[in-house]
Design a protein around this ligand. Structure first.
Ligand SMILES: Cc1cc2nc3c(=O)[nH]c(=O)nc-3n(C[C@H](O)[C@H](O)[C@H](O)COP(=O)(O)O)c2cc1C
Length: 354
C-alpha cells in the first residue's frame, strides 16, 4: 500500500510525494533536496527562457541524481482591454504612491507555452516527468515529449477535466481540490463556487479514470497523506507546506505571513493575476476585491501587481497559500519529506489488518 506503487515505480522515487513546481519559488536546491530525500522535486518554468530553464535543470542535476518534474503553466496571449487597464491603473496608483513607485506601468504579458526552444531543451535534458497546469499543449508537443520516454501529468479540478486529460494521453492526473494554494488549474471554465474540495473530488476522479491519480490541495501532514491514499490516490502533491522550507525562494514578507496565518486566512480571487488563485488575505487582496473592478487579462494583471511585492510591504505582496497554511512549520526539505513519509507510514500501519 505504501510506499511502492505503479507511480513510484515508474518515476523511480521512494515515496510518492511530489513537491509542487511553483514557478520561481521552486529552486534547484529545493527540488534536489526533495528528490534526495526520496520524493519527487519539481521546477516551475513560468517566465523562464529556455536557456534559463536548462540552467535550472543543470543546477538540480549538480545537486541530485534523482528524478525531476519540470512544469509549464499554459495560457493564451492576454487580450488587454483599454478600459479595464485604465480603471485598474488608476485604482492601483494609490498603492504605488504609498511607496513612491511612480506611475503604474502599462500591463503586459505573453502566452504561456512550450516554445520550440523549450521543447528542444526538454528533449535534450529528458527530465523524468513534465507537468502542465491549465490544460495541455498541442498534440505534437505531447507526442514529442512522450516519444522521448518522459511521463506527462496535468491538473484537473473537475471529473470532466480529468477525463479530458486521460483522453489526451496523460500518464497520471493531479486532482486539485479547492483547498490548494496558488492558481486553480481549472481549464474548462468551471465556476469557482461549483468546484469541489479534495475529500469530494478525489474519489470521484479515481472512479472516473484508469490512470494513477495524485491528490493536491491542503495536504500538509501524514494524516492527510494517509487519508488521500485511503481515498484512492497513488501519490500526493504539496505546495504550500514546501514554501516553509529554507530552500524555497519566498519573499520575507510572504514568509512572515505564512507563519502568522490561521485556518480561515485564505481566499480565492482572480484580482491579483487575472486568474483565480488562493492567497492569504491582506490589504491588496481585500482592496481589489472591494473595488468591484475587472482584472486585466491574465497574466497582464500581475505585471502591475508584482512591483508592489518588491517593496517588502506584506500588505501589498501577493501571498500565495493553501488552506492548510497554518499547519506548516519552518524546516528543510529533507527533514520535511522524511517526517512526512514517517508519519504517513505510522498512520497507514494503524489501519492495517493485524
Ligand atoms: C506559491 C505557489 C505557486 C504555484 N505554482 C504552480 C505552478 O507554477 N505550476 C503548477 O502546476 N502548480 C502550481 N501551484 C499549485 C500546486 O501545483 C498545487 O496544486 C498546490 O500547491 C496544492 O495545494 P497546497 O498548496 O495546499 O499544497 C502553485 C502553488 C503555490 C502554493
Amino acid at each position: 500500500m505504501w510506499p511502492r506503487n505503479a507511480l513510484s515505480e515508474r518515476l523511480n522515487i521512494r515515496w510518492p510525494i511530489l513537491q509542487a513546481p511553483m514557478g520561481w519559488l521552486s529552486t534547484p536546491a529545493l527540488a534536489a533536496a526533495v528528490s534526495n530525500a526520496g520524493g519527487l522535486g519539481g521546477l516551475g518554468m513560468w517566465g523562464f527562457a529556455a536557456e534559463d530553464a536548462e540552467r535550472r535543470i543543470s543546477g538540480f542535476r549538480q545537486q541530485s541524481p534523482g528524478s525531476l518534474n519540470v512544469n509549464y503553466p499554459l495560457w493564451p496571449e492576454p487580450s488587454i482591454s483599454k478600459e479595464t487597464t485604465a480603471a485598474m491603473r488608476a485604482h492601483l496608483q494609490t498603492h504605488y504612491d504609498a511607496h513612491n513607485l511612480g506611475p503604474v506601468p502599462q500591463p503586459e504579458g505573453e502566452a504561456g507555452e512550450v516554445s520550440r526552444e523549450h521543447l528542444a531543451m526538454l528533449l535534450r535534458a529528458k527530465p523524468q516527468l513534465v507537468s502542465f497546469h491549465f490544460g495541455l499543449p498541442q498534440t505534437d508537443v505531447i507526442e514529442a515529449i512522450k516519444n522521448a520516454g518522459i511521463f506527462i501529468i496535468s491538473s484537473a479540478t473537475t471529473v470532466r477535466e480529468a477525463k479530458f486529460l486521460e483522453d489526451r494521453g496523460v500518464d497520471a492526473i493531479i486532482a486539485q481540490g479547492t483547498e490548494a494554494g496558488g492558481h486553480r488549474g481549472t481549464f474548462s471554465g468551471a465556476a469557482m463556487g461549483a468546484q469541489a474540495g479534495l475529500m469530494a473530488l478525489l474519489p470521484q476522479v479515481v472512479d472516473a479514470v484508469k490512470v494513477p491519480v495524485i491528490a493536491a490541495g491542503g495536504i500538509s501532514d501524514g494524516r492527510q497523506v494517509a487519508a488521500a491514499f485511503m481515498l484512492g490516490a497513488s501519490g500526493v502533491q504539496l505546495g504550500t507546506a514546501f514554501l516553509r522550507c529554507e530552500e524555497a525562494n519566498v519573499l520575507d514578507a510572504h514568509r512572515a505571513a505564512l507563519r502568522r496565518a490561521e485556518d480561515s486566512s485564505t481566499i480565492v480571487t482572480d484580482m491579483i493575476t487575472g486568474r483565480p488563485a488562493r492567497y492569504i488575505t491582506n490589504r491588496l487582496a481585500n482592496d481589489l476585491i472591494a473595488s468591484g473592478l475587472e482584472p486585466v487579462s491574465f497574466p497582464a494583471q500581475y505585471s502591475m501587481i508584482a512591483p508592489l511585492g518588491q517593496t517588502g510591504d506584506g500588505e501589498l505582496t501577493p501571498l500565495f497559500a493553501g488552506q492548510s497554511v497554518a499547519m506548516g512549520r519552518d524546516t528543510t526539505a529533507a527533514e520535511f519529506v522524511e517526517a512526512l513519509a514517517d508519519s504517513t507510514s505510522r498512520r497507514l500501519r494503524a489501519f492495517a489488518p493485524q
